[in-house]
Design a protein around this ligand. Structure first.
Ligand SMILES: *Cc1c(COP(=O)(O)O)cnc(C)c1O
Length: 393
């Protein structure tokens, strides 16, 4: 029995070393990693530029707290703003903390405008925003809320993609709308550009805030630096995480100057948020993602992966039911129970992530090669053949 609190249903497998899209188990077996630590290792494992940035910073100073200026923060914040809609950035250590900051900021914004009664957010079924008390309430999933007392008040959930329902849910207490451009955990459910534009228009019409949770979709995952770009809109507030740290714990809440104006000294904080180690790595990740041609390549590889999956779905229609995704955030609805499919893929040395709606999520590093995509497709075909044989006997 392990001394670790048993909150995870883990595979009995541990990795010793990683390189690019490859992970090596303790017994030396190589796996193709199409989880990227759940959309985290954007540049793959042991990316030399990230290792160098981390080691160089480790030799200088690890941590000072936010009592003092942190030059790496100022640099990363300025660069994120330059590359996005934002004017202000608050650094966190995780995605949930970034969403938590976004929720607080939206409430505080209206408080600052003399409307403290506007504290509620419209949210969407199937959402995932993290595991803190506020973010499980925002996500609204019964299985994550169970046993944890009364959910934090202030979230009104409507069906994902239903603009009319979102409109109907807006009232005199509404502070904003919180949405993921692609629901990752929810089953790779892609919001249409029309839906996102509709939410932007609703927010403008009611003078409330549009908050995007791009913790999973941001930092190039969908083939744009941020997924909202493809819809031709911009949010007022955005939470990011996962890929921005490339494996180092890092998140951020980005906002316009106006949306963030009520976040005055003392209103929010974090001991570790934006510490020098995290900033060194975050800046190095951004260097890579903003390099000419990088995002274009993500879009190409994403299209290649989706096409290959469509071909497999045509060959194994009972096993791969529906291909979904955007960029390198993709997946398919599994015929068999998703846990069984993920296990069958693992047996073929391909690591994948289960998601809602019985979907297998494929999240290769953004640096994945076409050859590696080909290998992954071969593994899926082998797993599908094995599952087919099992169900035939
Ligand atoms: C993973 C995720 C979170 C939570 O991030 P943590 O780093 O686990 O706290 C929030 N929102 C979305 C969309 C996510 O995918």
């Amino acid at each position: 029995m392990s001394a670790v609190l048993p909150t995870y249903a883990r595979f009995d497998l541990a990795f010793e070393r990683g390189e690019g899209a490859r992970l090596y188990a303790e017994d030396g077996t190589a796996y193709l990693d199409f989880t990227s630590g759940v959309a985290v290792n954007a540049l793959g494992h042991a990316a030399p530029a990230l290792v160098a940035a981390l080691c160089e910073q480790a030799d200088r100073v690890w941590h000072t707290s936010n009592l003092y200026r942190i030059p790496g923060q100022e640099r990363l914040a300025a660069r994120l703003c330059e590359a996005s809609f934002a004017d202000r950035v608050f650094f966190t250590n995780s995605g949930a903390e970034a969403v938590e900051c976004a929720i607080k900021m939206a409430r505080r914004f209206h408080w600052g405008h003399g409307a403290p009664e506007r504290y509620r957010l419209v949210t969407f079924e199937g959402a995932f925003h993290g595991r803190t008390l506020a973010t499980i309430a925002a996500g609204g999933q019964a299985k994550l809320l169970e046993g944890f007392g009364p959910p934090v008040d202030g979230f009104d959930q409507v069906p994902f993609g239903d603009l009319a329902a979102a409109r109907a849910a807006i009232g005199p207490q509404t502070a904003g709308i919180l949405v993921e451009p692609v629901q990752g955990e929810g089953g790779v459910r892609v919001a249409s550009a029309d839906f996102l534009r509709g939410l932007r228009a609703l927010a403008d019409e009611h003078a409330i805030l549009l908050i995007l949770d791009e913790v999973q979709t941001g930092m190039g995952r969908t083939g744009r630096l941020f997924a909202y770009e493809a819809a031709g809109i911009a949010p007022d507030i955005m939470a990011i995480g996962k890929g921005i740290g490339g494996g180092f714990p890092l998140g951020a809440c980005l906002s316009t100057a106006q949306a963030g104006e009520a976040m005055t000294p003392g209103s929010h904080g974090s001991t570790y948020g934006g510490n020098p180690l995290a900033m060194a790595v975050g800046n190095a990740v951004l260097d890579a993602v903003l390099a000419p041609g990088f995002l274009e390549r993500v879009r190409e590889r994403g299209a290649c992966l989706m096409q290959a999956l469509e071909r497999l779905a045509a060959a194994f229609p009972d096993l791969l039911r529906e291909v979904r995704g955007k960029g390198l955030l993709c997946g398919f609805r599994s015929g068999p129970d998703v846990a069984r499919m993920v296990r069958a893929l693992l047996d073929q040395r391909l690591l994948t992530v289960p998601a809602g709606e019985n979907v297998v999520r494929l999240l290769p590093p953004l640096t994945v090669t076409e050859a590696e995509i080909g290998e992954a497709m071969d593994a899926i075909a082998r797993a599908a053949t094995a599952l087919k044989r099992e169900s035939a006997t």
